[in-house]
Design a protein. Sequence first.
Length: 296
Amino acid sequence: MQFVRDIHAAKLAAKQPVISFEFFPPKTDEGDRNLLEKTIPALLQLKPDFCSVTYGAGGSTRDKTLMIVDRIQREHRLTAMLHLTCVNSTREQLGEVVQQARALGINNILALRGDPVAGSNAEFVKTEGGFEYSYQLVTYLKQLGGFSIGTAGFPEGHVACKEGKYVDWQRLKNKIDCGADFVITQLFFDNTDFFQFRDHLTKLGVTVPIVPGIIPIMSAGQIKRFTALCGARLPAPLIQSLEKFGHDDTAATQFGIDYATQQCADLLRAGVPGLHMYTLNKAHSTTQIIKNLALA
């Protein structure tokens, strides 16, 4: 399977954006079947460049995450990236996961600190013998060699960084210097936040791809819960539009498709290297957005 850094290099040379999709490990057998037998095959029709699979709170989905990444690569011949977090893991335990990944032919890892099991607003507690910060995990993976390493960026600043977004962005620059090949951002809804983030990093000397993470809104309640957890801002006009739909999730979903389409079109015009879609393990919204953008 390809390295994600090589996918970006090839697409940049071809003047085309990299399109990637993110999935999470379902909690039930039925969810597994829906993801592996319905959602992923449907989204493969769009010919994405790669996909990624998240790592549950505290590493709780380790085996299932590895299984899904492996099946995507073996059964669909699509490059898949493993998320890996520092939470509840010693250096040795992380080494075991990395060894398993290498044995399965997984070449790409998104290195994250990860949220505490109690949620992103809870206090992060370092595991004895483990890593406290994601730059340490990036450094560790770089020293091991053989992987293309991605990391997360936060256009509005990380919710846990009390010193403000500029300090957070400097730390991201330092993390990239430790060996990250590309950045995928947290979800956001105001492109101005992304452009300020990207331009500031560029001034700091960052040259790796900075890829916006996009989530399609499917209901007002859903997106309010997500943003409360991750600290992303919902612009007032967006909230006002969503409140008009009340409990009409069908109308909210269509609004979300239209909003994300416009957001992505603006980002692409501004020269972003790709789009990373948070699919929520559903095919419909992501499919419509990619088709609207004529990227299928």
